[in-house]
Design a protein around this ligand. Structure first.
Ligand code: UD1
Ligand code: CA
Length: 479
């Protein structure tokens, strides 16, 4: 037997019960669409070629593949005439295929790569012409049943709607994942008919046909039946998501991550979390998020495509395409937008929004600020309520705050502007001109106090009464 391996993934159906304009296989499950998970598992068997059969909403599926898996080929099944028809079209498009062909539906995302590897190993070791991955389930409703003889040999698959009463009682089901010998598969697909309740060409019939032609067929029973759960509607999708969440969380906890409340912690299969990270309740780590050791995340934080350095903290915040440096701290209640880069030991405190800006090591923006399109030097202090006005209504402009500088509370820096190293900006300033090192910039009206104004303009108010008491007191004490 040739050592060549290929995979065919069936994704031509729309998935009507999802009630969606998006094809079923592109619905998201913790960081990847269903199809992405299947592709990831099939990668493990080192296939030389992987082919996805597309049909309904083919343009969307093809666009996904072009962006995320450019090595995958596609074959078009214009009409969904059954799983057997889909595989036949794929095999016709690949006439030179030999060796082992793995076939999987595109909507079984929880299959472990190790299980697929084992299926292929068993198939090749036993010299089978066809090996079907099966599972013993409590509720086999709707699924194909595996019919065996008294010795336990697999005879055939019967679909639920074509099964008699005895067959309906069988709890071993077809997962829709198989390993075939390419030549036998091609031979038997040619014999398929549509004599069944749905009038479709059933891939499952290849098992019986191959056996009748004198080939050895077998089944590999998966230990964990959740691995072969399919997805037909959004309630099932949510069920799969909970299972995958638990699997991801359990693996991380085993690797040394503390997850205080696994039920409210949703970590994408694509995210990375190092040992000795502490994750508090209510967090989501999405996409390419990576959290380094000793960091603390949460409670109630969402991190999307965010890199968090060693020992950093993110508390009750939302981050997207941001980098939080080693030992830096974010939150509570802050928002890091794409391009926010926080240097080592820097701080973004409460109610601060940062976009496309860099904070140098030890820089601080502790309270209530907007920082956009800015570079903030090491150990600079941006006090409460500072706004960087980066947008003039037409274009965005850059602002620099130099190393060790101190920007007083409630100042506006009107971009483009360069506040140099070692400067002070007085509180309440509106800065539109550059400030040179060593300078204090004051850009606000001078204070003027008008004696007796309250008594004259607001007589009889609480303010006036308070003023009168205070003035009388100070006269008594002679102050
Ligand atoms: C199939 C199996 C059934 C198994 C079940 C597991 C057959 C006849 N039945 O049933 O034994 O228990 O999966 O979930 O194979 N597809 C195409 N082109 C088509 C038809 C289907 O690409 O013409 C794709 C679908 O997009 C889907 C997959 O094949 O990804 C399975 O098709 P589906 O119609 O869901 O098969 P089931 O009826 O669930
Ligand atoms: Ca199905």
């Amino acid at each position: 037997m040739s050592s060549e391996r290929s995979a065919i993934i069936l994704a031509a159906g729309l998935g009507t019960r999802m009630k969606s304009s998006r094809p079923k296989v592109l619905h998201e499950l913790l960081g990847r669409p269903l199809l992405g998970h299947v592709l990831k598992a099939t990668k493990a068997i080192h296939s030389d070629r992987r082919v996805v059969v597309v049909g309904a909403a083919a343009d969307q599926v093809t666009a996904y593949l072009e962006e995320h898996a450019p090595d995958i080929e596609t074959v078009n099944q214009a009409e969904q005439l059954g799983t057997g028809n889909a595989v036949r079209i794929a095999m016709e498009a690949l006439p030179d295929l030999t060796g082992t062909v793995v076939v999987s539906a595109g909507d079984v995302p929880l299959l472990r790569r190790e299980t697929l590897e084992r299926l292929v190993e068993v198939h090749e070791k036993d010299g089978n012409a066809a090996t079907v991955l099966t599972a013993e389930v409590d509720d086999p409703t709707g699924l194909g049943r595996i019919v065996r003889d008294e010795a336990g040999n697999v005879l055939r698959n019967v679909e639920h709607r074509d099964a008699d009463e005895a067959e309906l009682a069988i709890r071993e089901i077809n997962s829709s994942i198989y390993a075939f010998d390419a030549e036998v598969l091609r031979e038997q697909l040619a014999k398929l008919n549509t004599a069944n309740d749905q009038g479709e060409e059933y891939l499952t019939d290849v098992l019986e046909l191959a056996r009748e032609a004198g080939h050895t067929i077998g089944a590999f029973v998966v230990g964990d039946p959740t691995e072969v759960l399919g997805c037909n509607d959004r309630a099932q999708l949510a069920g799969l998501r909970r299972i995958l969440r638990d699997r991801v969380n359990t693996e991380l906890m085993k690797s040394g991550v503390t997850i205080e409340d696994p039920e409210t912690t949703w970590i994408d299969a694509t995210a990375k979390v190092a040992p000795d990270v502490l994750i508090r309740p209510g967090c989501q780590l999405k996409g390419a998020t990576a959290v380094d050791t000793g960091a603390e995340i949460g409670p109630d934080s969402t991190l999307n495509d965010t890199i968090v350095g060693q020992g950093a903290r993110v508390v009750r915040s939302h981050t997207d395409q941001a980098t939080v440096g080693e030992g830096a701290s974010v939150g509570p209640f802050s928002y890091l937008r794409p391009g926010a880069k926080l240097g080592e030991g820097s701080k973004v405190g409460a109610y601060v929004e940062v976009k496309k800006s860099e904070l140098g090591p030890g820089a601080k923006v502790p309270h209530l600020s907007y920082v956009g399109d800015a570079t903030i030097g090491a150990k600079a202090n941006v006090s409460a309520g500072v706004i960087i006005a980066n947008y003039d209504g037409v274009a965005k402009h850059h602002t620099t705050i130099g190393e060790g500088s101190f920007v007083g509370s409630d100042s506006v820096l009107i971009a483009p502007v360069n506040v140099g190293d070692g400067t002070y900006v007085a509180a309440g300033s509106a800065i539109s001109a550059d400030v040179a090192p060593g300078e204090l910039a004051v850009a606000r009206g001078r204070q003027a106090n008008k004696e007796g104004w309250v008594a004259k303009k607001r007589p009889g108010t609480v303010t006036d009464e308070a003023a009168k008491r205070a003035i009388a007191d100070s006269e008594e004490t002679g102050e």
